[in-house]
Design a protein around this ligand. Structure first.
Ligand code: GAL
Length: 348
């Protein structure tokens, strides 16, 4: 072998090793990359928009809107609720569409063409049922009547069976974006924005978690038109994250704090800061996203993750997820942009 040949062989070997180790690194890299494409363990794009989380026996279950590829929001993109599971919050296994819209029966309340959004699952200890709730707008009526749809299952991965719907918020036009929070005594509260006046309200559900019980309370301290609520509790404080009301277009995030779940809440302003390099949007527009849920990281002290959706109404299947750690300092919270991060940000 002459000198040149040796040199090029060494280069080729080094290059190969380099590529292999890079691929390996990518495979083993447990990171969250907000706003980047996110694939499941089958290498398919995760399809769980407007999502929420349930944790049980070491497993996180991520439920979100299943968007039919190739369809726009205006053209019936909603396919039901899709579930993924993970033990580490980085690697997600596809558990399938656990509540499907009904493609066969046009008279079904969840017939293909209805709007089914923001699914959230809560476990009812007394009935031992997994209860799924979602915004449900009957087919052919746009966003006029905002129901809360209810489906039930015997296991977190379903399949969920559609049960019924109710308007909620003591309004005959119903309600919109919502958060469901279980209090220490097992009571389940429905925080939502009332239609049509967009007042922010809270109501308690019955013991079975199937219907509201009693009247909703108007939370006058929370500005009307607050949408996308997500609530978490820490050290006797309740924090709520939300957005303004501009449909699929992003607006500025808002946060609130209270010493009791039902308020009164104090406004904290916009907790976000930074720029999402994927779309160039900063804190004025919540990185191009809208809040959907706050994950409590199990086994870590005071570790919470804010989940946002970057909607893509023309091709919603391509909508991106922005997950960022929440930094809580006594009565305030901060959500700073990070290109890439992992759970070590929360310490041991
Ligand atoms: C948003 C809401 C979404 C979706 C959208 C429709 O404000 O958070 O879930 O309903 O409006 O325009």
């Amino acid at each position: 072998m002459n000198y040149l040949k040796v040199k090029s062989t060494i280069c080729a070997i080094l290059l190969l090793c380099g590529t292999a180790s890079q691929a390996q690194q990518k495979k083993n890299k447990n990171v969250i990359a907000p706003g980047a494409e996110w694939k499941d363990t089958n290498k398919n794009r995760i399809n769980a928009h407007g999502g929420g989380m349930l944790y049980e026996n070491g497993v996180y279950y991520w439920y979100g809107e299943h968007k039919i590829p190739g369809r726009s929001e205006a053209d019936k993109a909603g396919g039901g609720a899709h579930c993924y599971s993970s033990t580490d919050l980085y690697n997600w296994k596809d558990e399938g569409v656990v509540l499907s819209v009904d493609y066969d029966n046009p008279d079904s309340e969840v017939a293909f063409g209805c709007i089914l959004e923001r699914p959230k699952v809560v476990y009812n200890e007394s009935t031992r049922k997994y209860m799924m709730y979602f915004k449900l707008y009957p087919k052919g009526m746009g966003y006029k009547y905002g129901y809360l749809g209810v489906a039930t299952a015997d296991s977190p991965t379903g399949p969920f069976t559609y049960s019924h719907k109710f308007l909620g918020a003591d309004s005959d036009e119903g309600s919109g974006d919502f958060a469901l929070v279980k209090d220490a005594d097992g009571s389940l509260y429905h925080f939502t924005v009332r239609k049509p006046d967009k007042a922010f309200v809270v109501g308690k559900l019955n013991k079975e978690y199937t219907y509201p019980e009693g009247k909703y309370k108007v939370m006058t301290e929370i500005p009307a038109h607050t949408e996308a609520p997500a609530i978490f509790a820490k050290d006797g404080r309740y924090f709520m994250l939300g957005s303004g009301s501009t449909g699929w277009d992003p607006n500025t995030a808002r946060a609130f704090v209270a010493t009791s779940l039902l308020g009164p809440y104090k406004e904290l302003g916009n907790p976000t800061k930074g720029v999402n390099p994927h779309n160039g949007m900063n804190e004025e527009k919540t990185f191009g996203g809208q809040s959907s849920y706050i994950i409590k990281v199990e086994g870590k002290k005071d570790a919470f993750i804010a989940m946002f959706d970057v909607w893509a109404p023309e091709h919603p299947f391509d909508g991106r997820y922005v997950w960022l750690p929440i930094e809580v300092e006594s009565d305030t919270l901060k959500i700073n942009w990070r290109d890439e991060w992992d759970l070590s940000v929360f310490g041991k």
